[in-house]
Structures are given as structure tokens and as C-alpha cells.
Design a protein around this ligand. Structure first.
Ligand code: NAD
Length: 245
């Protein structure tokens, strides 16, 4: 909904990924002034449309729309973002159909890189519902010892310096400096920040961090593409789940 330029890019990338995977997709680019009732009406139509397995409302929505009401309106079995409270609860107890795409992408990167989470000190900087909190839960599921840091955390550098696996999801460009990282740590940068010169950068200062880290993800080209890949995975899973109903 609306004109958010970053959202436009994200939606276009998701459309392209669907095409590449052979997944049928429909896009609804709604004008800023669309009412909440109209948006809820569209979600209801898609909830009941058998040719649609997954529904994603690209966030943020404009200010006159209540994000929670929108998330709650998506049928949990079509909630490929895994933001609905039913899916969030299922993740908490470890018996889930879908995982939220960004934290799931981070876990896939860790797994594919042959990194074992068990017993590791894991520090997640950020506690949002879409990244930080579920990320901490997924690391805990893999038997990591997890610390969640946020805007009120005291002496952040002492916490991050203790991390064997550090996930940054803060939304502040170059926030985590090399000096805040433990020698040899795995550093995963979820941040996507656009600088004034239009360049993208992460939450980690790559130039100083890469000299200290044992492994590090770049921005762009690290977690971002994994998020989209996990969305495709969730959509295929939703298609299978909904077909068997
Ligand atoms: P958010 O603004 O909802 O949350 C940011 C978190 O950072 C908050 O929990 C806050 O407590 C914490 N924080 C803020 N200032 C801090 C400080 N000084 N010290 C410690 N913690 C602090 O953001 P979000 O939606 O979780 O996104 C975080 C970043 O990840 C953004 O850059 C966003 O663009 C990016 N993102 C990337 C993807 C992807 O696919 N790669 C997906 C979602 C979000």
C-alpha cells in the first residue's frame, strides 16, 4: 500500500522470485488512501480463493491502517510471512508450519555454512516481532545460549563481544563496529539501510568487522536474498498444506 520506495523494490523482487520458481502470483498495488475496510475485504477474498496458497501484506502499511488488525486477518494457513499470532505461538512451542522468512534465512545461512549453534553464545541485537524476537527463538531451538539486546541494553559492546554468533537487526547504518566483535565470531547482518548517497549498507561496519569476524554476511547480497528464498519455501509448503485440506 502507498508509495514506499523500499517496499516497491521488495515486492518487485518477490514477484521476480515467484516467476523464477514457477509460482503463480498476483500483485495488488493499493493507493495510499485505501481504507482499512477495503484492505480487509481484499484479504478476505484471497483467504477464500483456492488458487491462492499464500498471502503477504508488504509492511509498513500507511498510518491510518492498524498493522495488527491486518496481520490477524490473514488466514494462518496462508500466512507465509508467519506473523499471525497463531503462527508466532506455534514457533514458540517449536511445532510450526512456517517460519518468519528473515530469521529462517539466517538459520539456513548458518546451517549451509556448517556452523553448529549448539552451546554457542548467540547475541541478537534488536527485538522486533519480525526479526529479533523470532531470531532469538530459532537460535534457542538449535540449543544456542541466547542474549537479546535492544535500545535499552546497557554496555552493548560487552554483550556483543561475548558472541560466537552475532545477529544485527537494528536498522542503524554501520552500528556494530569491528571493535564490538569477538575474534572469529560469525556475524550476520540483517540490516538494510539506504544512505544519503543512495548506497545500501547494513547494521555492521563491514570494513572493520570483516577483519575480526570468522565469517560475515555482506549487505546487499547476504540475508536479503535468503529472506526471499524462504518466502518461496513457505509458499510451496502452504500450497501443500492447503491442498491436503
Ligand atoms: P525495528 O526498527 O522494528 O527494530 C529495531 C530494533 O533495534 C529494536 O528492537 C530496538 O530495540 C533495537 N535498537 C534500536 N536502537 C538500538 C541501540 N542503540 N542499541 C541496541 N538496539 C537498538 O527494525 P526491524 O524491522 O527489526 O529491522 C531491523 C533492520 O533489518 C532494518 O535495517 C531493516 O531494514 C532490516 N530488515 C531486513 C530484512 C531482510 O530481508 N534482510 C528483513 C526485515 C528487516
Amino acid at each position: 500500500m502507498g508509495e514506499d520506495p523500499a517496499s516497491r523494490v521488495y515486492v518487485r523482487n518477490k514477484e521476480r522470485a515467484c516467476e523464477e520458481c514457477g509460482i503463480y502470483s498476483e500483485k495488488y498495488a493499493l493507493p495510499e488512501e485505501t481504507t482499512q475496510e477495503e484492505l480487509l475485504g481484499l484479504i478476505d477474498t484471497l483467504n477464500n480463493k483456492t488458487s491462492i496458497s499464500g498471502i503477504l501484506v508488504q509492511l509498513p502499511v500507511p498510518k491510518h491502517i492498524d498493522e495488527k488488525t491486518i496481520i490477524n486477518a490473514i488466514a494462518p494457513n496462508k500466512d507465509v510471512d508467519a506473523f499471525h499470532p497463531v503462527n508466532v505461538g506455534k514457533i514458540m512451542v517449536g511445532n510450526y508450519d512456517f517460519l518468519p522468512c528473515t530469521p529462517a534465512g539466517v538459520m539456513e545461512l548458518i546451517k549451509e555454512s556448517g556452523i553448529d549453534v549448539e552451546g554457542k553464545e548467540c547475541v541478537v541485537v534488536g527485538r522486533s516481532n519480525i526479526v529479533g524476537k523470532p531470531q532469538a527463538m530459532l537460535l534457542l531451538h538449535q540449543n544456542g545460549t541466547v542474549t537479546i539486546c535492544h535500545s535499552k541494553t546497557k554496555d552493548l559492546a560487552a554483550k556483543t563481544k561475548n558472541a560466537d554468533i552475532l545477529v544485527a537487526a537494528v536498522g542503524i547504518p554501520n552500528f556494530i563496529k569491528g571493535g564490538m566483535i569477538k575474534e572469529g565470531a560469525v556475524v550476520i547482518d540483517v540490516g538494510i539501510n539506504r544512505l544519503e548517497n543512495k548506497k545500501l549498507c547494513g547494521d555492521v561496519e563491514f570494513e572493520t568487522a570483516e577483519k575480526i569476524a570468522g565469517a560475515i554476511t555482506p549487505v546487499p547480497g547476504g540475508v536479503g536474498p535468503m529472506t526471499i528464498a524462504m518466502l518461496m519455501k513457505n509458499t510451496v509448503k502452504a500450497a501443500i498444506i492447503n491442498k491436503s485440506k
